[in-house]
Design a protein. Structure first.
Length: 448
């Protein structure tokens, strides 16, 4: 009887865990459309064109009286959004761990971002400041929400399941991005048939991403549970809690070493995601339909890439698989520098290469870091991870924007990003991950 009770409890626990995991996947399904349709495809070229319409004879706009080349405004806006996120994420993460109530905070951040994205429908004419402000709010809210979402991973998946669970989450996100991009492509290409202008079609695509984000966020909010946190020694709110978090992380130098490596190479990844469409439109002279098609190709291949790299991690370990992906990123960017203008075939080949490594490198980085987090400090440590994921990603767009501003060449801007992948590879290769996992107080998987 006692054995049957134990088996029933274990079965119920596994069933509940699977239910949470399925709900968790759906937040990637909800929010990835923002990353794909808004940040990667439509907003960069569209906000750049709005800024160009507002520019003076020299090609500059003047937000708050500061002269900014119109072609750099989008990159600078992304950088500002990330700085705002840096200030918010550690505070929200510490509050989530202290109270054990991640779900309400996740909902608040998600719906703030969704509302700002929906408001992009009103971005028209020369309202570049409105576009920049909405981008800052949406991107910062997305970063805070993703920090809370990621912090659920070690609570809903045991160590042996995390690579697979993380990879499935990314696959869900890329599948949603692909589906919505197909609809976007139909609307954009056939906008005359629908009786709307090209500009209106773009604004509808932007706003629909916000509605999708808000609608499907209901699924994880219904299925995820708030997991009680262990008693914490540090209970001070606000900046004192942030200072305590930083002091605590210094007790785990190998975790910090991984974060430094991730900060560097993921900065390159995030910048490629946000600036690729600008590079394609402004430097290569490709049309919006070509850019949408290329990003759609990335989304479709990223589903297979994430799942395939998850399987490779089971065989070779997450660290080795990530290192291999960084080599592929370096070679891909090098090839991108030499793409001929007006030749979409090369851009599609570049997109295919990015798609095969994009999802896997991000999914495995997330699951690897989950092993390095001390129990009971998931949101707090994932706030630092998200700072590395998006929070310090202002460096890449800033370098991209400055390089273009100084040289006037997007080719020079794109090749400058190679440094992030080369340095990130060198830093990650030096991290002894098995020792880092043990030092964090977690069981060391057989293969990692």
């Amino acid at each position: 009887m006692g054995t049957d009770t134990v088996r029933t409890a274990a079965s119920d626990d596994a069933s509940g865990r699977r239910r949470e995991q399925r709900g968790w996947y759906f937040y990637d399904w909800a929010c990835s459309v923002y990353s794909t349709s808004v940040l990667t495809v439509f907003l960069g070229p569209y906000l750049t064109s709005v800024a160009e319409d507002a520019a003076d004879a020299g090609g500059y706009v003047h937000p708050l009286g500061v002269p900014v080349r119109a072609g750099s405004f989008f990159a600078y806006s992304v950088s500002l959004s990330v700085i705002v996120a840096v200030l918010l994420m550690p505070l929200v993460g510490a509050a989530a761990d202290r109270t054990g109530r991640k779900k309400p905070l996740l909902g608040a951040a998600a719906y703030t971002g969704a509302a700002a994205t929906t408001g992009m429908f009103f971005l028209s004419g020369d309202r570049y400041l409105l576009g920049g402000a909405l981008l800052v709010v949406a991107n910062a809210a997305q970063s805070v929400a993703m920090m809370l979402y990621n912090s659920y991973l070690p609570q809903i998946a045991p160590p042996e399941e995390r690579d697979a669970v993380s990879s499935r989450g990314w696959a869900f996100g890329y599948a949603a991005g692909s589906l919505v991009l197909v609809v976007n492509l139909v609307l954009y290409l056939a906008h005359d048939s629908f009786g709307v202008s090209e500009s209106t079609a773009v604004r509808i695509c932007l706003a629909s991403a916000g509605l999708w984000w808000g609608g499907f966020t209901l699924v994880p909010l219904l299925r995820l549970r708030d997991h009680p946190s262990p008693a914490r020694e540090t209970t001070a709110p606000g900046l004192r809690q942030l200072a305590a978090t930083i002091r605590d992380m210094r007790r785990h130098p190998l975790t910090l070493a991984f974060l430094l490596a991730y900060l560097v190479y993921n900065d390159g990844i995030q910048t490629v995601i946000s600036q690729a469409s600008v590079y394609g439109s402004e430097e290569l002279g490709l049309g919006q339909s070509t850019l949408i098609g290329a990003v759609l190709l990335v989304q479709v291949l990223a589903v297979a890439g994430a799942l395939t790299m998850g399987r490779l991690a089971r065989r070779y370990g997450a660290k080795r698989t990530i290192l291999g992906s960084l080599v592929a990123w370096t070679l891909t960017l090098g090839a991108g520098y030499f793409l001929p203008t007006g030749a979409p075939v090369g851009f599609f080949l570049l997109a295919a290469a990015i798609g095969l490594v994009l999802g896997g490198s991000q999914a495995l980085s997330r699951s690897l870091f989950s092993h390095l987090v001390p129990p009971g400090k998931e949101a707090e440590y994932f706030s630092a991870y998200e700072v590395s994921d998006r929070g310090m990603s202002w460096l890449g767009p800033l370098l991209f924007g400055l390089t273009y501003q100084l040289t006037g060449s997007y080719r020079d801007a794109i090749i400058s990003l190679v440094a992030f992948f080369v340095l990130g590879f060198a830093l990650l290769a030096r991290v002894p991950v098995r020792q880092a996992i043990a030092d964090a107080g977690n069981p060391v998987p057989e293969r990692i």
